[in-house]
Design a protein around this ligand. Structure first.
Ligand SMILES: Nc1ncnc2c1ncn2[C@@H]1O[C@H](COP(=O)(O)OP(=O)(O)OP(=O)(O)O)[C@@H](O)[C@H]1O
Length: 785
């Protein structure tokens, strides 16, 4: 915004830097005027001697070069009319609030932006008023349509006689969830809220919604049934919808089943007797227009153990909604939930555990892996990955050390017991006790894959859980360059939340015959069914966001997983046949795992949370947050409000500004969102999207192993930067250069010469596209329609 007053973005910054250096030099007598470029020769101050004189001249030359450099930099001069327009736009984005919208004033107040903003504020106020005004017993849900009841019933009966439906039904009937159908439906009929648990794969997600829908249709109540089932991730919403469609012998979006994952939707064509699988964010979009969710009779919150911020919000809204809508049923499900806590939150609602599992999964721990692979750790090798510390990497050095000591004692006692029991040979125990056994070791994973290839001739697919993109990328390179997999040809598929949905879906495709599929994924795969997975390799690590309240700092740390994560991971094997799960940590390490990770709301900055509350008009932030299942600390809320005011997303009375309103519709962190919105105003969206993508993900440069390589990478960066001295512009140029090279089919060479990770550049380009869609989506939906 520096350009606003001065009209020249580059100049404002440059002149400030220059002023400070000239102040320093003005003490020296004999200077030939500002900048030394007076036509006269530079003269050093007379009191300097010997080496000091040389140093003085070197410093002066550097200063002159810097000044010349600044003068030759491109400057943006804005015409007075453009400057006025931008100033006006910025002002309108940052100033107006619900409380202070002036009517009929300047043209800007009648713009599309302002009209949509006002409309949203008004409709939210109305929605909140309706919510507050509703009394228990008021009928606000679905309205019966007897014709529909009849036609849905006939349609289901017809379908039930189709051979495909019957084949699928034979499979469904074997699932534990189906076998306990009567108990489940009875509980459902008699209660408004229930909590369902059951082992991974027992059929909660695919069966419970169908059981409800079919019972409603068969009992002549089909027109009163629309089920919305939330999933924590886009990929699981899509795959579950596809699976359920298949089980019902239907077409997705054409009959009873559909999905919606933000920008991509296949909503059922009929509007009664349906099941919609969606991400939690989508329900929030519905809540904006329909705060009582009147279109739905049942809300199923699946994988509730995930406890992301939106799910916690949803729980709180549902807690209010069940009072206002006695006809609304709520089902909370997970394989690994804290059933007591949830039940207490919903006034001690009943819990139901579905007993039994589908296929057995054999578990192996580090000690077994070392035995099977005969792997030995290289003690003096540089660690491949930083060690994960206990449960909480943010602990102080002392706390960390004492935790390490405690664990060491625990491991030693575990090893002594194994020694006594003679369960494992001595050489395995020698390896197990080494500190390296606690590190994430890609060589060990490669050895284990080799072992699987040697022992399993059926090419069963392997799913490997790693903490982040770095490990996905390094491991794929390592596996690809390793040609000896016992004659077994492999197909590597990465799975990361930053990949576009279309790439994420590749993990479900079958490999060509004779090839073994290896999926390398983050915890995003914890809730999906990849039906050909037989082996799971769990490194036991997870990347997690933590918020240090004292330092007001949000970090991404690699930590040990919780038991809930480990159980979910194990559950990805054995979905359609018996499976094997290899945990790359010892049984002793597993004993240190906490049951669940802290809910996200306690680990995150709250700016986005506050903005959501304001956008949905859920009332005052402080009382709202207090009613959550796990209320966040007061101080973190204060910090969030202060930061939102600084960003002009809220005004000083904590009202949402138009800028805040737009930011709340951009699914990215607020500063990045603001930068992208501003880029729209300054007409420089493309380069800013490159910068935004790299800031939200990572820098595409890598430093290869080997002495002196840092210098080569620096040189490549400088050359790409073309004298800009800006890391951000260097990344912009790297991506532009890659695109140019791609059009000439020499992108590999370009990446190799410039130390760029091709997979990261590709991911950044995809993120740019996605953020671009988000920007268009947010603007077209909320500004111009
Ligand atoms: N996409 C699919 N392809 C093939 N079989 C599937 C698919 N999805 C589910 N199944 C089968 O249906 C069973 C039940 O799956 P479902 O997702 O309902 O289990 P769940 O109890 O919800 O488990 P989780 O909590 O792990 O998701 C699986 O064990 C598997 O056998």
């Amino acid at each position: 915004m520096r350009g606003r007053g001065g009209g020249s973005y580059g100049r404002g910054r440059g002149s400030r830097g220059y002023a400070s250096s000239s102040a320093h030099h003005s003490q020296g007598p004999g200077r030939g005027g500002e900048g030394g470029g007076t036509g006269g020769r530079l003269r050093h101050p007379p009191h300097l001697k010997g080496r000091e004189i040389g140093l003085w001249y070197a410093k002066e030359q550097a200063r002159i070069r810097e000044k010349e450099d600044k003068e030759t930099r491109p400057k943006i001069e804005l015409s007075p009319s453009k400057r006025a327009k931008i100033t006006e736009l910025l002002g309108s984005l940052e100033r107006h609030s619900k409380a202070s919208i002036p009517t009929g004033a300047a043209a800007i107040n009648d713009s599309h932006v302002m009209r949509r903003y006002r409309q949203n504020v008004e409709s939210n106020v109305n929605a909140a008023a309706i919510r507050a005004g509703l009394r228990p017993g008021d009928i606000v849900g679905l309205v019966r349509n007897s014709e529909w009841d009849e036609s849905l019933k006939n349609d289901l009966e017809r379908k039930q006689s189709s051979p495909k439906y019957q084949t699928m039904m034979r499979f469904r009937e074997k699932l534990p969830a189906y076998q306990f159908k009567d108990e489940f439906l009875k509980l459902m009929r008699e209660n408004q809220v229930i909590v369902i648990s059951g082992e991974a794969g027992c059929g909660k997600t695919t069966q419970c919604c169908q059981l409800i829908l079919d019972e409603m249709i068969q009992s002549g109540n089909g027109s009163l049934c629309n089920i919305v089932c939330t999933q924590p991730r886009r990929i699981s919403a899509v795959t579950v919808a596809e699976r359920v469609t298949e089980e019902r012998d239907e077409q997705i979006g054409r009959n009873s089943v559909g999905y919606s994952i933000g920008l991509e939707s296949r909503i059922p064509e009929r509007d009664k007797g349906t099941i919609l699988f969606c991400t939690t964010g989508v329900v929030f979009k519905y809540l904006i227009d329909d705060p009582k969710l009147t279109k739905y009779s049942h809300v199923v919150v699946d994988e509730i153990h995930d406890r992301d911020v939106l799910s916690d919000f949803l729980l709180m809204i549902l807690k209010d909604l069940v009072n206002l809508r006695p006809d609304l049923k709520v089902i909370l499900m997970s394989a690994t939930l804290n059933a007591d806590k949830l039940s207490n939150y919903f006034r001690h609602c009943p819990r139901f555990n579905i007993p039994g599992s589908t296929f057995p999964v054999t578990e192996y721990f580090m000690e077994d892996v070392l035995l099977q692979t005969s792997f030995t750790f290289e003690t003096n090798k540089r660690p491949q990955q930083r060690r994960c510390r206990g449960k909480n990497p943010r602990k102080s050095e002392d706390q960390g050390k004492s935790e390490d000591q405690k664990f060491k004692r625990m491991l030693e006692s575990h090893v002594r017991k194994l020694e006594r029991d003679k369960t494992y040979p001595r050489h395995v125990l020698k390896e197990l006790i080494k500190p390296e056994a606690e590190e994430l070791n890609l060589d060990l994973i490669t050895s284990l894959i080799l072992h699987i290839c040697e022992t399993d001739r059926d090419n069963g697919a392997i799913l490997i859980f790693v903490p982040g993109w770095d490990q996905i990328s390094k491991l794929s390179t390592q596996l690809q360059s390793c040609c000896n997999f016992s004659g077994c040809s492999i197909l590597i598929i990465p799975l990361h939340s930053k990949l576009p949905t279309v790439n994420q879906k590749e993990v479900f495709s079958r490999p060509p015959s004779g090839r073994r599929k290896i999926v390398i994924a983050t915890n995003i795969a914890e809730t999906s069914t990849i039906d050909d997975i037989v082996f799971v390799i769990d490194t036991g690590r997870i990347k997690i966001t933590n918020f240090d309240l004292q330092r007001n700092l949000e970090t991404r740390d690699t930590e040990w997983v919780s038991m809930a994560n480990a159980t979910q991971r194990k559950g990805r094997a054995g979905r359609v046949q018996p499976g094997i799960c290899y945990h790359l940590y010892s049984k002793a390490r597993e004993n240190t795992f906490e049951s669940f990770k802290k809910p996200e709301i306690l680990r995150k900055r709250l700016e986005e949370v506050v903005l959501q509350i304001k956008t949905l008009n859920l009332g005052m932030t402080r009382p709202f947050l207090k009613r959550l299942l796990d209320p966040p600390p007061y101080k973190s809320l204060e910090l969030a409000i202060q930061r939102l005011i600084q960003l002009h997303a809220l005004d000083s009375d904590e009202n949402l500004t138009p800028l805040g309103f737009h930011l709340s519709h951009l699914p990215m962190d607020l500063q990045t969102g603001k930068m992208i919105l501003m880029a729209g105003i300054f007409e420089c969206v493309d380069p800013i999207l490159s910068i935004a993508a790299s800031l939200s993900f990572k820098d595409p440069f890598y430093i290869p192993l080997g002495l002196g390589q840092e210098k080569n990478v620096d040189r490549a960066r400088r050359e790409l930067g073309d004298g800009s001295k800006s890391d951000h512009l260097t990344i912009v140029r790297a991506i532009e250069g890659y695109q140019r090279a791609q059009s000439q089919n020499r992108e590999r060479d370009f990446c190799y010469r410039n130390f760029l990770s091709e997979s990261t550049v590709n991911l950044l380009m995809n993120m740019k596209k996605h953020q671009g869609y988000n920007l268009c989506g947010a603007l077209s939906k909320y500004c111009y329609c």
